[in-house]
Design a protein around this ligand. Structure first.
Ligand code: ITT
Length: 208
């Protein structure tokens, strides 16, 4: 019988899983989230996998295309993360373009400059609401893919605070805390953020 498209596929204990991200901050956090589960994680960098062009219009589309590309290239199940920082006063920007906002002409990323741009462009608007969103996609070489979203809401501050985390963390204060993600320890951030929320949905559907 054909598998129902809506039913998530489980990852058996002892599986090898490719983590299809080239972002060291995400890699660190995802490894930490997977630690309690018996899954062997292989970084895309270790396998020399290229980063596919992120041509999707949504986090879901980009997460799925990254995970599928890695699953097809390796013959193993693969997990991708597409995420972004959404600022209400900017109509949701930088959103899916969060990585692009930090990109320098030489390919390096400057998040201090991206955070300053947000503060500059949103300065005239008293609405300080912001959110991080993450979509985790788990894909198999046969083309099956499941996506799991997670979100954390809060507000932005500038200048940035704290040296922890990565990307836009130093300018975001989640509603459940007085600290920016940049001021938190890895355990404090991961206790309740967009990535751990998406991971909780994935774990419930695919692990254990
Ligand atoms: P991969 O595609 O290789 O996974 P990437 O960095 O290009 O890595 P995205 O396209 O998903 O990833 O871009 C996400 C952007 O949002 C990127 O600039 C991140 O630094 C930022 N971001 C995502 N999650 C974040 C988090 O938890 N804290 C701070 N910034 C985050």
């Amino acid at each position: 019988m054909a598998e129902q498209a809506s039913r998530p596929r489980r990852l058996p204990p002892g599986s090898r899983l490719v983590l299809a991200t080239h972002n060291p901050g995400k890699l660190r956090e995802l490894r930490r989230l997977f630690e309690p589960f018996g899954v062997e994680l292989i970084g895309a960098g270790e396998l020399g996998l290229p980063a596919p062009a992120e041509t999707g219009a949504s986090l879901e589309e980009n997460a799925a295309l990254k995970a599928l590309a890695a699953a097809r290239a390796t013959g193993l199940p693969a997990l991708a993360d597409d995420s972004g920082f959404f600022v209400a006063a900017l109509g949701g920007a930088p959103g899916v373009k969060s990585a692009d906002w930090a990109m320098l002409p030489d390919g390096r990323r400057d998040y201090r400059a991206a955070m300053a741009r947000i503060a500059r462009e949103a300065a005239g608007n008293p609405d300080r609401r912001a959110a991080f969103r993450c979509v985790l996609a788990l894909a198999w070489p046969d083309g099956h893919v499941d996506v799991h979203p997670g979100e954390v809401v809060g507000s932005w501050v500038h200048p940035p605070r704290g040296e922890g985390g990565f990307g836009y963390d130093p300018m975001f204060i989640p509603a459940h805390s007085g600290l920016t993600f940049g001021e938190m320890t890895p355990a404090e951030k991961s206790a309740d953020d967009h990535r751990s929320r998406a991971f909780a949905a994935l774990a419930a559907a695919a692990l254990g």
